[in-house]
Design a protein around this ligand. Structure first.
Ligand code: FAS
Ligand code: PHB
Length: 391
């Protein structure tokens, strides 16, 4: 098979890139290791920045988002006996929107079906070749066990944190940074109306807790747990007890309403950045190049921001022979990547408790500062609500 752009990975980065390239008349083929059902059912991000909402809308992907997305003015930050609202709209003029990544994925899949996009699911043995030449190609085994080859002008690694693309960049040509945090998140979905109008990020001596949501009838919660946690150790009762304690059930008349849990999973917390995000005719976008702990709600938004830069860069390269934007892509994308990496690290280290009493005082002092100083609140709001694309 031959195409203009070979895209590895049919997650949000890969499908959005194929959609934006198609709008410019550039052909691509997407290869994906999982089934479509698996990819669309993966429960991940839940918060879209305004720039993500704007981009999806401009790309013709905003209909259901406009109908079902839930705009939020801000978030609550809390610690025992105190809960404070940060109003992003007041502070930055921008809101955020609750709309699950599963829904973004379904909207992208439907749009790509309508466009007749070629997506090869359930491949294996993906490998990248001749990336340093102007005739790169990808080999893989298709879901009938047949070896296949995809020749292209450009290969884009949108294959997330476990894909082959990032390591296809020779070791001598790449630089990586990483940090593993000494805790994980236990994430649960519950068939119960949220007990709050906007997200609650709670610092508590027992550990961090987050009350998020997916709709008016589905809530999403996260609990800080030890890194080696086995989800079987957490019964529904134990989960609801910990959520009630950490979120302050009964404080100032606030009640947490429990309900049936429909999904439980443990998510490790780490930061990872690889640069450059380009090597020869290989470009990296999304989790293939960077991972952030989800405390800042940045993962999906950062993948969208990479693609928002990469699509026009590839258009200039392939349609006009203008190499400028493609040469600048990595440096341009990494400015936002590092800004979001810092913010996600800051939110994570400010809110997750450890046994260190000195650290606890620093965390509480930061929380008191960002909820009492307009400058502090605006700093958090600016990062959480998201910086303009191309920051
Ligand atoms: P993705 O990982 O979504 O997509 C990469 C795709 O490449 C996958 O479908 C994978 O199957 C495919 N692939 C991998 N190897 C391949 C190969 N060899 N050949 C072909 N295809 C291959 N972010 C938040 O903001 N909030 C959250 O709560 C949150 N929760 C998360 C929970 C989990 C368990 C994970 C892993 C991530 C979470 N994230 C969260 C971050 C997440 O939303 C990512 O930022 C987002 O999915 C990035 O999109 P992509 O870059 O497209 O990567
Ligand atoms: C979610 O709803 O999945 C979510 C929301 C905010 C975060 C992380 C996850 O910071």
């Amino acid at each position: 098979m031959r195409t203009q752009v070979a895209i590895i990975g049919a997650g949000p980065a890969g499908l959005l890139l194929s959609h934006l390239l198609d709008a410019q008349g550039i052909e691509s083929v997407v290869i994906e290791t999982r089934s479509r059902e698996y990819v669309e059912a993966r429960i991940r991000a839940g918060i879209l920045e305004q720039s993500t909402v704007d981009l999806l809308t401009e790309a013709g992907l905003g209909e259901r988002l406009a109908a079902e997305g839930d705009p939020h003015r801000g978030i609550y930050l809390q610690w025992p006996e105190e809960r404070h609202h940060l109003d992003f709209v007041e502070l930055t003029g921008r809101a955020v929107t609750v709309y699950g990544q599963t829904e973004v994925q379904k909207d992208l899949g439907k749009a790509r079906d309508a466009a007749g996009q070629q997506i090869v699911y359930e491949v294996s043995e993906t490998a990248l070749h001749d990336l340093g030449t102007d005739r790169p190609y990808v080999t893989y085994t298709d879901n009938n066990g047949r070896p296949a080859r995809l020749d292209a002008e450009v290969v884009v690694g949108c294959d997330g944190s476990f894909g082959p693309s990032r390591s296809a960049v020779p070791e001598a040509a790449r630089q990586t940074w990483q940090r593993a945090y000494p805790y994980s998140w236990l994430g649960v979905l519950a068939d119960v109306a949220p007990s709050t109008d906007e997200l609650i990020y709670a610092w508590h001596p027992d550990g961090f807790a987050l009350h998020s949501m997916r709709s008016s009838t589905v809530s999403r919660f996260y609990l800080q747990v030890p890194t080696d946690t086995d989800v079987a150790q957490w019964s529904d009762e134990r989960i609801w007890e910990a959520l009630a304690t950490r979120l302050g059930h009964g404080q100032n008349g606030w009640q947490l309403t429990p309900g049936p849990l429909t999904d439980k999973s443990v998510l490790p917390m780490r930061s990872f950045v690889q640069q450059p995000m380009r090597h020869g005719r290989l470009f990296l976008a999304g989790d293939a190049a960077h991972i952030v702990p989800p405390t800042g709600a940045k993962g999906l938004n950062l993948a969208v921001a990479d693609v928002a830069l990469l699509a026009p860069a590839l258009t200039a390269l392939l349609l006009k022979g203008d190499r400028g934007p493609a040469e600048a892509y990595s440096a341009d994308a990494l400015r936002r990547v590092w800004r979001c990496t810092h913010f996600s690290w800051w939110m994570t280290t400010m809110l997750h408790t450890s046994a260190d009493p000195f650290e606890a005082q620093l965390q509480l002092s930061q929380l008191r500062w960002v909820t009492s100083s307009e400058a502090g609140a605006r700093g958090l709001a600016e990062n959480y609500a998201g910086l303009p694309i191309g920051f």
